[in-house]
Ligand binder design. Structure first.
Ligand SMILES: NC(=O)c1ccc[n+]([C@@H]2O[C@H](COP(=O)([O-])OP(=O)(O)OC[C@H]3O[C@@H](n4cnc5c(N)ncnc54)[C@H](O)[C@@H]3O)[C@@H](O)[C@H]2O)c1
Length: 343
């Protein structure tokens, strides 16, 4: 029987790619998104790429007044499971507005858990983050590494992981995959969906891309005095399509009847510095990327990259696309949609 999957935050950057891969795997999808950081147009593009329709509920998962409607819709949809991506994700904003972050991110997760329970669906794949490791481990980081986030955003990820583990402990019918993403970049190779931040980008790649396309003058490189090969921060960039396929692999794993909760890194296992990423983007775009070195940003760490062997072992998944493909695809999306979804 066709599996029916709820994708919260399905209109967002990662969510739109997850929806395309889920549809390609033959599953049906219900997107639940309040469009607070995404565009309705993304849903149309998902359908265009998949050549079939998705259901979509515009709703705020953290709003108590909307909870009953959300629970009922997920029940009527006949969900078998969910990929949970809805939430707020700006680290700096989370430091300034911690209560809003806890309320939104944790509230949204609790509503989804209630809805899945009501629908008798017991599989959930959660968008966690490498930020749960803080700066506590040697590289490459394994899932057994120490956790300890350095900001409220990261703590919401840790708390939700723990909530889902408690749910799985309380009822052995639940299967949970907490996917700890490293740094998702790139876009679908068609150039039709990609990252379109509403405000000033917090992440490196959308910033570089907006400089390359002329929307911003200069990139700020936060610190070149880290203990890394060129002094700039090193991260494990992962192509968003590889990442999306990791979600399908996780759902396949849970569909095979695996229960309980697992934490799994999704990364490539390879780190690149900011300056290496800038150089690769320059090659892919053939554009100049002027930058200034500015002081370190609070909460940033020198270097982190994944040990990605658990995903291979449990899900049979590994990342396939290299940094050049990430840059080429990210650039195609930016060049063909210079203003994102605002045509
Ligand atoms: N992009 C990254 O670097 C990264 C890294 C690790 C983890 N994550 C996590 O992955 C998830 C998706 O990230 P993204 O980069 O696609 O972000 P995004 O902002 O593009 O997507 C999040 C989506 O959730 C929706 N949303 C937010 N609050 C909501 C609410 N209360 N109810 C319903 N919908 C709501 C937004 O409108 C958006 O469409 C997030 O949970 C994020 O924390 C992202």
């Amino acid at each position: 029987m066709t599996q029916r999957i709820v994708v919260t935050g399905g209109a967002g950057y990662i969510g739109s790619h997850v929806c395309v891969e889920l549809l390609a795997s033959g599953r049906d999808v219900l997107i639940v998104d309040d469009f607070s950081n995404s565009h309705q147009q993304a849903v149309a593009r998902i359908e265009e790429l998949a050549q079939r329709g998705v259901e979509c509920l515009k709703a705020d998962l953290a709003d108590a007044a909307q909870k009953n409607a959300i629970v009922n819709r997920i029940k009527t949809f006949g969900a078998d499971g969910a990929v949970h991506l809805a939430g707020l994700k700006a680290v700096g904003e989370s430091v300034a507005q911690p209560a809003r972050y806890y309320q939104t991110n944790i509230g949204a997760a609790l509503t989804l858990i209630e809805a899945l329970g009501a629908a008798n669906a017991r599989s959930v794949v959660f968008s966690s983050s490498a930020t749960v490791y803080g700066d506590l481990n040697d590289n490459p980081v394994t899932e057994e590494g120490r956790t300890g986030a350095t900001n409220p955003y990261g703590r919401t990820k840790l708390f939700i992981e723990e909530i889902l583990k408690d749910v799985a402990r309380a009822n052995d019918q639940w299967g949970v995959a907490n996917l700890r993403y490293f740094n998702p970049v790139g876009a679908h190779a068609s150039g039709r969906i990609g990252e379109d931040p509403n405000d000033t980008p917090n992440n490196l790649f959308p910033y570089i891309a907006q400089v390359a396309v002329g929307r911003r003058k200069k990139l700020s490189v936060f610190g070149n005095d880290y203990d890394t090969r060129d002094g700039t921060g090193v991260r494990d960039y992962i192509h968003v399509v590889d990442l999306a396929r990791g979600h399908v692999a996780a759902l396949d794993y849970l569909s095979d009847g695996e229960r309980g909760a697992v934490d799994v890194n999704l990364g490539t296992g390879r780190g690149y510095s900011v300056l290496e990423a800038v150089a690769a983007f320059k090659r892919a775009s053939n554009r100049d990327i002027p930058y200034d070195v500015v002081p370190r940003r609070d909460g940033d760490i020198a270097e982190i990259y994944a040990n990605a062997s658990k995903a291979k072992k449990l899900f049979g998944w590994s990342a396939k696309k290299d940094l050049d493909a990430m840059c080429a695809d990210h650039w195609r999306w930016q060049r063909e949609n210079p203003n994102g979804y605002n045509e």
